[in-house]
Design a protein around this ligand. Sequence first.
Ligand code: ADP
Ligand code: ZN
Length: 435
Amino acid sequence: MYWNVEKETMDRPSLAKLQIELLRRTVERAARSPYYQKVFQKEGLSPASIRTLDDLRRFSFITKDTLREQYPYGFLATPKDEIVRLHSSSGTTGRPTVVFHTANDINEWTELLARCMYMVGVRKHDVFQNMMGYGLFTGGLGFHYGGERIGALVIPAGAGNTKRQIMLMTEFHTTVIHIIPSYALHFIKTLEEMKIDPKRDLHLRIAFLGAEPHSEATRKRIEEGLGINGYNSYGLSEMCGPGVAFECQEKQGMHVWEDGYILEVIDPKTREPVKDGDEGELVFTSLTREGMPLLRYCTRDVAVVYPEPCACGRTHRKISRIKGRTDDMMIVKGVNMYPIQIEKTLMAISGVGSNFQIILDTKEDNDHMIVKVEVLNDLFTGNLQQLNDLKKRITNELHTELLVTPEVELVEPNALPRSEGKAVRVIDKRDKWGD
Ligand code: ADP
Ligand code: ZN
């Protein structure tokens, strides 16, 4: 059921009891895969090893590399006959990983997505335009099935083709969209260029924003630009896809569905757990998966757990926005930073357009950082003084945020390359070998 009050508001001890039971079953299933069979044997582990939730720590971590090494069938835990679908990750950080689903896996995943969508107000009468890539990428089909489960009218629009998206929206009175945040900013700009006022001419009320890190400032721009409510949606193909963590109407962090996944947060260097409220890498264990159960998968995504209960009454713990992946962290002149810090700063400055790019280079043996920023059209055609002031303001605010002074370059709207999928923000041309 997509409105399972009992499950969503389960008290913590009952939730822990459920997790232990599901975890034992997961270990039992995992033991049938070639990879875990070998590992469990070597490490002397079995379902009986799980007595409390802490016993999960007796199992080893796995990473994207472990999945790549076991490609294609090392983690398959059912006969191939039972598998009804294959998905893969986007390949943002290297060769994509493959995930197998049984019919029941698809069903559980769909239930979670329906739960997420229903939670923020999607109903049967809604028209849901899914503006995400379909195919192997999980963002498309995951939400598609969730929307259908609720009974909404689902338009499988797919990514890109902005004019067609607008045509569909206008003609079929789309009320809910699922969109990549960087593309949403571009989409708003195109509406402006076409003189379409979303509040007057469209019927949108909800957007799901996911698949890439984005800041509160970007959410605000999207909400204001479209006159809607935007909700953060987090997931990864290794844990099915979207539907792992989702914002409720409080918009104060994303609930991790703990009846589907066990969340741990670790220090990426020491691999030890961090305290609630401390930043760390998210590690997930799937609890209902049959085709490809995964234990302690290290996501490299960095976030914080909010220990406080949520005003909405749901008991599943919440995580903050994802700050980025550990691989996204840049070290510039010895200072650690994430692209989202630059995004957050830029998107809060009026006059800044919808796109930017970070270029890292070496200049006289030193790191050199250039931030190219698209500005709004009327500014670009306006007077030079205004542009100069904007450039100064951006440079100062970036310095305050990053403690490094980048070279800021203002460019015309649409001057920077854009991706239909996840945005590529950083181009690192630095000489990695230092010679
Ligand atoms: P890939 O890991 O190759 O990008 P996926 O398509 O499985 O492939 O994407 C999952 C990843 O996308 C997550 O691990 C995370 O880094 C990022 N991601 C997904 N949703 C969000 C979100 N709401 N905020 C920030 N990052 C997100
Ligand atoms: Zn809540």
